[in-house]
Design a protein around this ligand. Structure first.
Ligand SMILES: NC(=O)C1=CN([C@@H]2O[C@H](COP(=O)(O)OP(=O)(O)OC[C@H]3O[C@@H](n4cnc5c(N)ncnc54)[C@H](OP(=O)(O)O)[C@@H]3O)[C@@H](O)[C@H]2O)C=CC1
Ligand SMILES: CC[C@](O)(C(C)=O)C(=O)O
Ligand SMILES: [Mg+2]
Ligand SMILES: [Mg+2]
Length: 493
C-alpha cells in the first residue's frame, strides 16, 4: 500500500484538499431514513465507538458491536461498554456478514489489520464507515470495489459527542465519500443519515473529503487542540511554582482555567474571549500573543508541512512498528509533570478570576487558534474546516482537561492525536524557554490589574479590537456560530 494523497497528481490533491461545503440543515430533512432498518455494526466500543453507538440507537437505528474474540473472552472494557449499555455483541464472523454498514472505530494503528480481517466477511454492496481518514489517505488502504466507503468524522472527543447529544445539541462533523468507492452512488445519503443519527447535523456539517479531513484533523490535534493546551498548561503551572504561588491554587487555576477561558471562545470567538479581560490586560495579552505567534509559527508550519508530505504519518508508523516506544515514553513523562501530580486545591476561584489571573492562557489560546487557522488555510484547507479544527473544538478539548487534567485529554483523544500532541509538546517547550523567562505572576497566578494604573491608549485599543475582530477566523466563525442555534452554554467550574 502507498500513501493515497501522494499518489495523486497535484491538481487532484488540491481538488480533494479543497472540498469543503457548509451543508444547510435542510439537506438533512430525511433524517436517518437512509439507514432505518439497516443493520449497523460498529467494530470497537471505545471513545468514539460507544458514544456514537449510544446516539445512533437513541436516534432509532439498529446498532450492534463486533468485538475481538479476546475482548469478549476476557470481558475487556470494550465488552463491558457494549454489554453494560445493553447492546448486542458478537464476533466479526457472527455479525459482519449480516451488516449493511460496518463502522470501523478501532484505533488508527489497527485499521489495516482490522479491515483486512473484516472485508472478506462483508456482504456485497455493503458500506464501510470511518471517523477519520488516516487508513485510506495515509496508508492507502484499498477497499473492495463493491463496497461503499464513507466517513462521518465528529470534530470532538467521543465523550463530548455523547454529552452534546444529551444536551439536545451535537458536535460539528465532517462527512465524506471516498471517490474510489461509491459504486452505487449511495454514499452521501448514508453519510448524511449517519450524521443525523449522531446529532452532528445540529451543530454544523461540512461536506468534506477524506483528504481534507485527515490533513486538517492531524494539524488541529497536534497544535492548538492538544499540543499547545498541554504545553501551555505545563509551562503555566511550572512558572507559578517557580514564583511561589500556592501549588493547590496553581493546579486549580490551570486545570479549570482553560475550560473557563475557552467557554468564552466558544460563544464569542477570539474577540469574545479577549473581551473578558480588562482593557489593560487585553492590550498586554494581544502583544504577548503576537510574540508567541512569531516564536511558534515555524513549528506550526513544520507540523502542517510534515502532515502534507506524509512525513508525520511515516514517523508515527515507525513508532507503531517499534511498539509505540515514543508514545509510551512521552505519556509516562507527561504523567510525571508537577501539574499532573499536583491535585487542584480546595480553593474558591471565581469565574472572572480565571481571566484576571490567567492572562497568559488567553494569550496562548489567541496565538494558537490564529496560528493553526492561518497555517491550515495557507496550506489549502478551507476556512470552515480550519475553523472547526482550530477554534470550535478547543473548548471541547478543554472540557476534558478540566475533568482529569492532561491524563483525561490524552485518554479520550485518539492514539494518533495523543502521539501528535506529545510530538508538538516535546518541540514547543524548549522553543518557549526564553519567552517564559520573562513571564511574571501578573500574567499567571495573580490579578493582572493589581498595582497598575489601568491606563490604556484609546487609539491603540481601537486598533487592537479591529485586528482581533477582522481576523479571518472571526469572520468565518461568526457565520458558522450563527448556524449553531441550539448550542448550549456549559456550567463551568
Ligand atoms: N478519540 C476521539 O475522540 C476521536 C477518534 N476518532 C477516530 O475514531 C477511531 C477510533 O478511535 P477511538 O474511539 O479513540 O479508539 P479507542 O482506542 O478509544 O477504542 C478502540 C476500540 O477498538 C477496539 N480494538 C482495538 N484494537 C482492535 C483490533 N485489532 N481489532 C478489533 N478491535 C480493536 C478496542 O477494544 P479492545 O481493545 O477491547 O478489543 C476499543 O473498543 C479512530 O479512527 C480515530 O482516529 C475520530 C474523532 C475523534
Ligand atoms: C482532537 C483530537 C481528535 O482529532 C478529536 C477528538 O477530534 C482525535 O483524533 O481524538
Ligand atoms: Mg479531530
Ligand atoms: Mg484526530
Amino acid at each position: 500500500m502507498a500513501n493515497y494523497f501522494n499518489s495523486l497528481p497535484l491538481r487532484e490533491q488540491l481538488n480533494q484538499l479543497g472540498v469543503c461545503e457548509f451543508m444547510d440543515i435542510a439537506e438533512f430533512a430525511d433524517g436517518v431514513a437512509a439507514l432505518k432498518g439497516k443493520k449497523v455494526v460498529i467494530v470497537g466500543a471505545g471513545a468514539q465507538g460507544l458514544n456514537q453507538g449510544l446516539n445512533l440507537r437513541d436516534s432509532g437505528l439498529d446498532i450492534s458491536y463486533a468485538l475481538r474474540q479476546e475482548a469478549i473472552d476476557k470481558k475487556r472494557d470494550s465488552w463491558k461498554n457494549a454489554t453494560d449499555n445493553n447492546f448486542k455483541v458478537g464476533t466479526f464472523e457472527e455479525l459482519i456478514p449480516g451488516a449493511d454498514v460496518v463502522v470501523n472505530l478501532t484505533p488508527d494503528k489497527q485499521h489495516t489489520a482490522v479491515v483486512t480481517k473484516i472485508m472478506p466477511l462483508m456482504k456485497q454492496n455493503s458500506t464501510l464507515l470511518y471517523s477519520h481518514g488516516f487508513n485510506i489517505v495515509e496508508e492507502g488502504m484499498q477497499i473492495r470495489k463493491d463496497i461503499t466507503v464513507i466517513m462521518v468524522a465528529p470534530k470532538c472527543p467521543g465523550s463530548e459527542v455523547r454529552a452534546e447529544y444529551l444536551r439536545g445539541f451535537g458536535v460539528p462533523t465532517l462527512i465524506a465519500v471516498h471517490p474510489e468507492n461509491d459504486p452505487e452512488g449511495k454514499g452521501l445519503e448514508q453519510a448524511k443519515a449517519y450524521c443525523v443519527g449522531t446529532g452532528g447535523h445540529r451543530a454544523g456539517v461540512l461536506r468534506s473529503s477524506f483528504v481534507a479531513e485527515v490533513k486538517s484533523d492531524l494539524m488541529g490535534e497536534q497544535t492548538i487542540l492538544c499540543g499547545l493546551l498541554q504545553t501551555g498548561s505545563i509551562l503555566s503551572f511550572d512558572k507559578m511554582l517557580e514564583k511561589g504561588i500556592d501549588a493547590g491554587y496553581a493546579s486549580k487555576l490551570v486545570q479549570y482555567g482553560v475550560e473557563v477561558v475557552t467557554e468564552a471562545l466558544k460563544h464569542g470567538g477570539v474577540s469574545g474571549m479577549m473581551d473578558r479581560l480588562s482593557n489593560p490586560a487585553k492590550v498586554a495579552a494581544f502583544k504577548i500573543s503576537e510574540e508567541l505567534k512569531t516564536i511558534m509559527r515555524p513549528l506550526f508550519q513544520k507540523h502542517q508541512d510534515d502532515i502534507m508530505s506524509g512525513e508525520f504519518s511515516s514517523t508515527m508508523m515507525k513508532d507503531w512498528a517499534n511498539g509505540d516506544a515514543n508514545l509510551l515514553k512521552w505519556r509516562a513523562e507527561t504523567g510525571e509533570t508537577a501539574f499532573e501530580k499536583t491535585p487542584a486545591g480546595d480553593v474558591k476561584i471565581g469565574e472572572q478570576e480565571y481571566f484576571d489571573n490567567y492572562t497568559l492562557m488567553v494569550a496562548f489560546i489567541r496565538a494558537g487558534v490564529e496560528l493553526a487557522f492561518e497555517t491550515m488555510v495557507e496550506a489549502g484547507i478551507k476556512a470552515e474546516s480550519a475553523y472547526y479544527e482550530s477554534l470550535h473544538e478547543t473548548p471541547l478539548i478543554a472540557n476534558t482537561i478540566a475533568r482529569k487534567k492532561l491524563f483525561e485529554m490524552n485518554r479520550v483523544i485518539s492514539d494518533t492525536a495523543e502521539y501528535g500532541c506529545y510530538l508538538f509538546d516535546q518541540a514547543c517547550k524548549p522553543l518557549l524557554a526564553g519567552f517564559m523567562k520573562k513571564v511574571d505572576t501578573d500574567l499567571v497566578g495573580k490579578n493582572f490589574n493589581e498595582g497598575k494604573t489601568g491606563s490604556v491608549d484609546n487609539v491603540e485599543l481601537v486598533h487592537i479590537n479591529a485586528i482581533l475582530r477582522d481576523h479571518p477566523v472571526e469572520v468565518v466563525g461568526r457565520k458558522l456560530r450563527k448556524a449553531m442555534t441550539a448550542m448550549k452554554a456549559i456550567k463551568t467550574a
